[in-house]
Structure formats: structure tokens, C-alpha cells
Design a protein around this ligand. Sequence first.
Ligand code: NAI
Length: 349
Amino acid sequence: MKLTRKELTELIKTKLNKAGLTEDHAEGVADVLVHADARGVHSHGAMRVEYYAERIAKGGINTSPVFKFEKTGPASAIYDGDNGVGHVVADLAMDEAIKMAKETGIAIVGVRRISHSGALSYFVEKAANENLIGISLCQSDPMVVPYGGAEPYYGTNPIAFAAPGNGDDKILFDMATTVQAWGKILHARSKNEPISDTWAVDGNGEPTTDPFAVNALLPIAGPKGYGLMMMVDVLSGILLGLPFGNKVSSMYEDLTEHRNLGQLHIVINPEYFTGLTNFKQSITNTMTDLNNIKPAPGFDQVSYPGQRSAAREKENEKNGIDIVDDVYNYLISDVIHNDAYDNKGAFAK
Ligand code: NAI
């Protein structure tokens, strides 16, 4: 099913509003989800609405949060989300970080006590659109083995980075620190297909090709990805005085509980370093350089991070955003949720 940005936004907003979010907050979530779907990152788009609706309806997201923004130093601040919906809190915190970085050259804003905030590219892109560099990191529920371990400790702890070039040019990099998302394992299960032995481990910590034997995901690049996910947890959890490591709350264990997650935005103003004009020109040059690198066999062209998603977004703006039928049918139905996610543990079916 192809939908325009406006149609999809409206459907998501209406559903989340019916689940209990205010119209404002429902629209804030819809914007982040539609951004992901438009860029082809469907794992963090409208398919998440039913889970959010269930958590909202069961009280696991505060629908009337009292936000608190506190500057703790010239370039540092904490935005407390009171366990309101993560997308909205992270967005408001990024707005504050942008304002601060324009004045002080750099801003580090810790976002405390939020629920899942979706695709981090949304927040860092806002910084790049304001001629700033945006970095964002966040915690996620423990489902990844630390290198050499046989049980999960860290989450898929994503890292996003955006930098502006000339005109509309922009680098927009955004990744989980795991080889594959849990959704890919579910997809293999549904098709009864084996998975690569680089994705996940079984209960003994042995790499497995059987999607049904998966007990935890693997970090990217072994000990290096493990180090990165630890860094994300330190900066977005420990630094903000929040639960960390395997104490981070599970997405699906108890949907009546607030999640108390953390996120960290770092915004850097190039004007205070090499100067904005020079910085933007160099980013544009980097993008061109990368595109002109001789491609390896099997590749048409080297893309810079975010290039393919940006092209998809442009195309979808013209032709509509593709939404799978199940998700569309749920969005247009009268159902708020199907009680499908609660009490499933980290490895929900
Ligand atoms: P991915 O693997 O699809 O892409 C990762 C990065 O690689 C992107 O920046 C993409 O532009 C770049 N890329 C992909 N193919 C490329 C190519 N051929 N050439 C150049 N660059 C290329 O992303 P992943 O790891 O599956 O993450 C998806 C989303 O999940 C992200 O938006 C992330 O923020 C979100 N996420 C959110 C979490 C949360 O708790 N809020 C937890 C984990 C992930």
C-alpha cells in the first residue's frame, strides 16, 4: 500500500491519540516514524505503532509527563522526560541542544527517563538542517552478548551522526551496534530459513545458523562493536544516572512499567572550529570524493552514508511511502492493540 506522507502521518497520529497520547505528542511520534518509513527504515516506522499503542494503553508511557530542562553548565544540560513518549522528548531535547550549540559552539544534552525514541537519524538530521553537526546515542534493551560472553548484557545501542554540506548536501549515518536487528531473525524464522553465523549465538554462546536457537545477537566487528555499545551505554545511561547494562528495561517484558531509558545528544557548531563555509564545502567534497572512488566488483558506485535513504525519501515523496498490508490494515482498523506484545521478554515473537 502506497501512502502520502500526510496520509500516513494522519493514520499514525489518530491511532496513537486513540490509545491515549495527546494530539501533539501523537503527531510528534508520527513525524519520527514517517521519517523512518520514507527513508526505507521500516523496522522503525509505522510497524511499531501497535506496540506503542499497547504500551500507552497499559500505562507504560506517561501520557501527561512534566518535562524538565536544566542547564548544568555553559554547554551541558539535562532534559528529563518523565517517561513521556521518547520520540517527543528526544526531539525537544535536540531543539534545546541546537539552541545552545548556536550560542556556545557545543552542546551536550542528556535525555533522561524516556521510552523508545525510534530512528535516531531524525534527531541528528535536525541539527544538520541548522548547519550544525549532530550526534545521538541511546540505550536499548539487553539482547546482545558482550564479546566472548554467552548471555546478553547490552542493547543494540545505536549511534547516529549528521553533518551539513552545501545546499541540501548532508551525511546522515545511523546504525545499531549489532550485526543485524532482531527483526531479521524473526523474518528468517517466519520463512524457516537459516541465518548467517555472524549474526547471533545460541544458549552456549556458540554462533548459530538456526534462527530458532538464537539466544542473543552479536555486536558488529567483535570486540570493537562491543566496545562501541559499551561506550553508548556509558554516555547515555551511566553518565545520566540511569539503569545500565543488563539492568536496562526490556521493551516487551512488562508494558505497564515506565522504561527509564537514556539518550545523549551532542551538537557541534562548525563555526567555532574550521568555520561553517569551509566545513560545508569539505563535507560536499567528501561526498563527491566517495562517489568517485572506483567501485569494487559487484558495486555500481560507492555511496556516502545516508545517500541511498535520501534518494529513497525523494522518490517516496513523489510515488508514496510503501506500507505493508498488515500494518495498513491495523492502522485503518478500530483496534487499539491486540495484546500481542506484553510479557514476551526481550526475544518477543
Ligand atoms: P542499517 O544497517 O540499515 O544502516 C546503517 C548505516 O549504513 C546507515 O547510515 C546507512 O545509510 C548506511 N549504509 C547502508 N548501506 C550502505 C551502503 N551500501 N553504502 C553506504 N552506506 C550504507 O541500519 P540499522 O543498523 O539496521 O539501524 C536501523 C535503525 O534502527 C536506525 O535508525 C537506528 O537509529 C535504529 N535503532 C534504534 C534503536 C532505539 O532503541 N531507538 C535501537 C537500535 C536501532
